[in-house]
Design a protein around this ligand. Structure first.
Ligand code: SF4
Length: 315
């Protein structure tokens, strides 16, 4: 999760999609939009995948039902920018509301949200339905207003922080993850410290962190200077990754002694006597196998943590 590199034919958005989780017979993905109308200067998506198109909500619901009847227990709705989904009078909040009602025993996740487009209505719908998971992937990319402007992200640090506050007010148990790019064009030490301070203020649950490398075909590639030396990019990235590790550990501690609902996705790779699953916050939980099966919901008391895993026992 930390410091993944981006190949030439990939986008930053691809990397976090791919790493959300591997597909298995229990959890699956469903695309609800394609393309993107935002023009973030580092991103190739608007050029390779075109303008945003949303998928008909009836076909989405039909597909969700089909997946549920085929045994899937969790679905992640995918789009470059799911919050700008729109089909006639159905926006993303209405779509989420409909899906949550139509497949009430299916867990629902979504990714990715551009902070610029996330509405209060979406937050209210997440809070209203127990089957919508309490996790939001909210890429910030940088904590510096100067860099956000150069990236054409269309929000400021202040607006982003307000949104995070709103999320915590409406959905107090919600986990928040991020994408951060270190060493974007013209980033100086002050800009980097703005990112560090923002991270300290939010203390994200986890994140995907990259050092900037220009993608051919993007605005930044053509018009901006990739002028932060590689060793500085690397140094800043390491600082960001180390800080995130501390914050992840801090956030994991909040789960100690709590009883968490975990969807069992498989057998732990490290110990085949343990199940592996995720709680609603998209955090990995491992706990000793007893009865139960893959695909079951377990109620697990969290007794220990690392920065990446919650360790539990049957409640
Ligand atoms: S919101 Fe920005 S980063 Fe995400 S896909 Fe659209 S242009 Fe790319």
């Amino acid at each position: 999760m930390a410091g993944k590199s981006v190949k030439n034919n990939e986008t930053y958005a691809d990397i976090s999609f791919i790493n959300l989780k591997k597909q298995n017979k229990i959890t699956t993905f469903l695309s609800i939009t394609r393309g993107c109308n935002n023009m973030c200067t580092f991103c190739i998506v608007p050029f390779t995948r075109g303008r945003e198109r949303s998928r008909d909500p009836y076909s989405i619901i039909k597909e969700c039902k089909r997946l549920y009847h085929n045994g899937y227990k969790e679905i992640t709705l995918l789009g470059q920018n799911v919050d700008s989904y729109v089909w006639e009078i159905v926006d993303f909040s209405k779509l989420l509301d409909l899906i949550a009602q139509e497949v009430p025993f299916m867990r629902i996740r979504f990714s990715t949200s551009n902070p610029h487009d996330m509405s209060d209505d979406v937050l209210k719908v997440i809070s209203k339905h127990t089957n919508i998971c309490k996790h939001i992937h909210l890429p910030v990319q940088s904590g510096s207003n100067k860099i956000l402007k150069l990236m054409n992200r269309k929000y400021t640090r202040e607006k982003y922080l307000l949104l995070v506050k709103k999320i915590k007010d409406i959905i107090p148990e919600c986990s928040i993850s991020h994408d951060i790019i270190s060493g974007f064009c013209n980033e100086n030490e002050e800009d980097h410290q703005d990112t560090i301070n923002l991270m300290n203020e939010i203390k994200y649950n986890y994140g995907y962190m990259f050092s900037y490398s220009p993608r051919p075909g993007t605005y930044a590639y053509r018009k901006l200077k990739d002028n932060v030396p590689e060793h500085i990019k690397k140094k800043r990235l390491i600082e960001i990754i180390d800080l995130q590790r501390n914050h992840s550990f801090y956030r994991m501690q909040e789960h100690l002694d709590k009883i968490e609902e975990v969807l069992i996705e498989g057998i732990s790779k490290k110990n085949n006597q343990y199940w592996y699953g995720r709680n609603t916050q998209n955090l990995v939980v491992v706990f000793p196998k007893k009865s139960l099966n893959i695909g079951d919901i377990a109620y697990v008391k969290i007794i220990d943590t690392t920065s990446a895993t919650l360790i539990g026992r049957h409640h």
